[in-house]
Design a protein around this ligand. Sequence first.
Ligand SMILES: [Zn+2]
Length: 115
Amino acid sequence: MTDFDKIIIADLDVKRMQMSHAASKGLHRSMFGQFRQILTYKADWYGKEIILADKHYPSTQRCSACGHIKTGDDKITLAGNAKHGTRHHEYICYECGFVGDRDENAVANLLTLLN
Ligand SMILES: [Zn+2]
């Protein structure tokens, strides 16, 4: 972790770590809370900066290419998008035509928080 000056964590990661079983939700949420505490402590120790992305920051819905943010029926859900037939791991921008990996698009959006 000494290779990084800044660490971004987002609450959306909780969703990614969730298993489909509803009962595991609480467990995963608390594990993530613990992870965040440890990470914050370690970052302090190494003099690094932690940036916690607001959970309302639309990193999943935002197009990293043009900045368009999906709303309403165009929104991506954990199952993809029913209206457009998008699969859960895809990000397709209906504004500029950008096609990418859903997670990579979200990470690219989080990285823009650094600037
Ligand atoms: Zn776009």
